[in-house]
Design a protein around this ligand. Structure first.
Ligand SMILES: *Cc1c(COP(=O)(O)O)cnc(C)c1O
Length: 349
């Protein structure tokens, strides 16, 4: 089998959820963000395990994601859609009992006309200028919207991963100004916001990346392990080159392993000549260019070449690999290839 194996430790996801839940205190509920297929790990499997651990609210980006999740989870959990109620979403929202987070007057109108009396929340912009109603817009519609009984008022922090950034306090003050005294449950913090402390957590938190073992939750347990099969091993003589563009030339006689994963599987081409793979903990450098389905790795120093080399493992987590690629752990996870065989362990709660 040449398909790589992505091992997903659901017990680690549950431990991370419990640790984040403990940080925000007993009065605050902890939801789970499972958009983008739970950051590449498989939304239904991850969410089912989280439900067994007591999670009752999930967030997705799109109504389509919510619809698929509802079919996997059954009727019990609440599923919030961050992009709100878009044209074409009405049937999905109604049939699969999704709760759109309304982001603009246009969405409020659409929701109230198409599905009066059905659940919704409101997303407010407190300074990120990405999603949510602006203060002026909110002031105009708040009397009507509040009369219709929103389930949740939320906003999102732009700089939560930088605790010293002045925008955090500014957004917090704005969120208070827009929502104090409404009596509606409030949600402000994702993973980074939870780390900022209890002033930021309000009634409901929305962690994503922290559940999956990524920064800024420094104490997170790693969740993924990615093992790539060695397809072929060859001796390369000093002076010979390897791969596209003849980009790597052997300085001395070398042994090169050809490994089955490439940029089509989310191993960014920017990792060319930079990444490190591990053979039972021994580092082996990626040499030459990342190609679509394959990479080449210098295994000269190994006594025996194992059947697989690891690129995500205890020696190199998602944030370490992200640093090599010049990106963030979120992008490493959400790029994990569709061709990987996903194997789940744990998750029994
Ligand atoms: C993605 C997202 C989250 C989760 O953020 P993490 O940083 O992964 O914890 C929460 N809320 C909103 C609005 C999001 O877009």
């Amino acid at each position: 089998m040449a398909s790589a194996t992505l091992q997903i430790d659901l017990d680690a996801v549950l431990a991370n959820w419990r640790a984040l839940d403990a940080l925000s205190g007993a009065a605050c509920e902890t939801a789970a963000v499972v958009k983008a297929d739970a950051y590449g790990l498989g939304a239904t499997r991850v969410a089912r395990a989280l439900m067994r651990a007591g999670v009752r609210k999930f967030f997705v980006a799109l109504a389509e994601e919510g619809a698929a999740l509802r079919q996997g989870l059954g009727e019990a959990p609440e599923i919030y859609v961050l992009s709100g109620h878009m044209a074409g979403d009405t049937e999905m929202i109604a049939d699969l009992d999704l709760t759109p987070m309304l982001n603009a007057l246009e969405q409020v109108t659409r929701h109230f006309e198409a599905l009066p009396g059905t659940p919704f929340g409101v997303q407010l912009d407190t300074g990120m200028n990405r999603l949510g109603m602006e203060a002026g817009e909110w002031a105009a519609v708040a009397p009507i919207v509040m009369g219709a009984g929103p389930k949740l008022l939320m906003s999102h922090l732009a700089c939560a991963d930088e605790p010293e950034h002045g925008a955090n306090a500014t957004q917090l003050a704005e969120f208070h100004r827009l929502t104090d005294g409404t009596g509606v449950p409030r949600s402000f913090a994702a993973t980074g916001g939870i780390m900022l402390g209890r002033e930021y957590t309000f009634d409901l938190t929305r962690p994503g990346i922290g559940l999956y073992g990524g920064a800024p939750f420094a104490a997170a347990r790693p969740v993924v392990r990615l093992s790539l099969p060695v397809v072929q091993v060859r001796e390369v003589l000093a002076g010979e080159t390897v791969g596209y563009g003849c980009a790597w030339r052997a300085a001395e006689d070398s042994r090169i392993a050809t490994v089955a994963a490439g940029y089509a599987d989310g191993l960014a081409r920017a990792l060319s000549a930079k990444a490190t793979l591990f053979a039972d903990g021994t580092p082996c450098p990626l040499v030459g260019r990342v190609s679509m389905d394959l990479i080449t790795v210098d295994v000269t120093q190994l006594e025996t070449v194992p059947d697989t080399l690891e690129i995500l493992c205890p020696e190199q987590g998602v944030d370490a690999l992200a640093a090599v690629a010049g990106t963030i752990g979120y992008e490493i996870l959400t790029s994990l290839g569709a061709r990987y065989t996903r194997r789940y362990a744990g998750g029994a709660a």
